[in-house]
Write a protein that binds this ligand. Structure first.
Ligand SMILES: Cc1cc2nc3c(=O)[nH]c(=O)nc-3n(C[C@H](O)[C@H](O)[C@H](O)COP(=O)(O)OP(=O)(O)OC[C@H]3O[C@@H](n4cnc5c(N)ncnc54)[C@H](O)[C@@H]3O)c2cc1C
Length: 331
């Protein structure tokens, strides 16, 4: 029999510096509603700011009744040990049964630290979460995407880091009023050993965030370092640009664009790989994409084994044609 969890489901409300919620948070809130009562954890900036009225309204639309505003005093909440200690205190004071986070690099570390501090079962890079037989059960692929597993958490608290794009964000059937509750947490000296001396916001890109993008255009060694054609195609499709490790190691694009086992995991509706062989370490980070299109001049390239559509050809010929045709169709 399936019943909701007893304690609240606490969702970490990742937000940009301007206070806007990041898209995967809405996906987490949608998943959280199926588990139980949804609470949010809002990390206050140095000025202790609450979510603004627009954000609170959006949270209410997604069924969040209580927003715990985490205030860590003069500690820096951007540091994972600080955030982990704050969330540990929050899950305990709220009596939460589940902590849900977006599966980013930082949040996976936070999840592990909260698990260590609370003894909770932790699943990161999960692709789904549900309550089954009164337990929180998370799905995830392992061994570079070759196995699908389901992990039942056996502890009273489950910490689940869910991959962006795993759930379709949908507002709740009924809107609620989100109320902010302040929660001050004193973090210990250990969490303060690192001090942020400088912080620069990356220049805003008009492209979507790679981990959350619904369309991802990926370049590999076959691009020979020329990503301009990929960027053009990505822009026509409103997508993000990703890369293989070879491309990032060569310095053709930043390391944050790397997709795969040691890079970002993506789950877009559409993945287009150009000059990408489809090595197992890369596949682990992209093969749960809805539709996979591969462009490669080698018909034996392994990526064709998992591609829904394969184009055998030179990417420098194929990409401009695809971009031009899409532009024409868009008018
Ligand atoms: C521990 C470990 C972790 C790793 N983690 C990652 C990871 O997270 N992500 C990742 O991507 N890799 C990772 N790797 C590396 C991975 O094993 C592969 O080496 C890498 O993915 C290959 O990148 P590629 O497809 O760009 O290059 P290649 O394997 O060299 O493939 C290039 C492809 O481009 C094609 N090509 C060449 N020219 C053209 C053209 N003009 N038009 C069309 N096609 C063309 C070729 O036919 C070839 O198939 C990891 C490796 C290790 C050991």
């Amino acid at each position: 029999m399936t019943t909701p969890v007893t304690g609240p489901v606490l969702v970490l409300l990742d937000h940009a510096a301007d206070g806007g919620l990041r898209q995967p948070v809405l996906e987490l809130l949608t998943a959280a509603r199926a588990l139980g009562t949804v609470h949010g954890a809002w990390t206050a900036d140095a000025d202790g700011s609450d979510p603004d009225a627009r954000t609170l309204e959006l949270l209410g639309t997604y069924g969040v009744e209580t927003v715990h505003r985490l205030d860590v005093g003069d500690a820096d909440v951007r540091l994972t040990p600080v955030l982990a200690q704050g969330l540990t205190a929050l899950v305990q004071s709220a009596g939460a049964s589940v902590l849900l986070l977006t599966s980013s690099f930082e949040n996976k570390e936070v999840a592990a630290r909260v698990g260590l501090a609370t003894g909770a079962g932790v699943v990161v890079d999960a692709s789904a979460v549900e309550v089954a037989d009164d337990r929180v059960v998370a799905a995830k692929t392992v061994f570079a995407g070759t196995w699908n597993t389901r992990c039942a958490v056996r502890t009273p608290l489950a910490v689940i880091a869910l991959k962006a794009g795993s759930v379709q964000a949908e507002p709740a059937a009924e809107r609620v009023t989100a109320t902010v509750v302040a929660q001050a947490v004193t973090v210990d000296d250990g969490a303060r050993r690192v001090r942020v001396t400088e912080h620069t916001e990356r220049a805003a890109s008009t492209r979507p965030d790679l981990a959350a993008a619904q369309v991802v255009v990926v370049g590999g060694r076959g691009t020979n370092g020329d990503f301009a054609l990929l960027e053009e195609l990505a822009d026509v499709l409103g997508g993000a640009v990703g890369a293989t490790r070879v491309a990032t190691d060569e310095g053709w694009i930043g390391h944050d664009a790397q997709i795969g086992q040691t890079g970002v995991t993506v789950a877009p509706q559409l993945y287009i790989g150009a000059g990408v062989s489809g090595a197992v370490h890369h596949r682990g980070g992209m093969q749960s994409a809805g539709t996979i299109v591969a462009i490669n001049n080698d018909p034996e390239a392994p990526i064709f084994e998992i591609a829904d559509f394969g184009i055998v050809g030179d990417l420098f010929t194929v990409l401009p044609q695809a971009t031009a045709e899409l532009r024409r169709l868009k008018g």
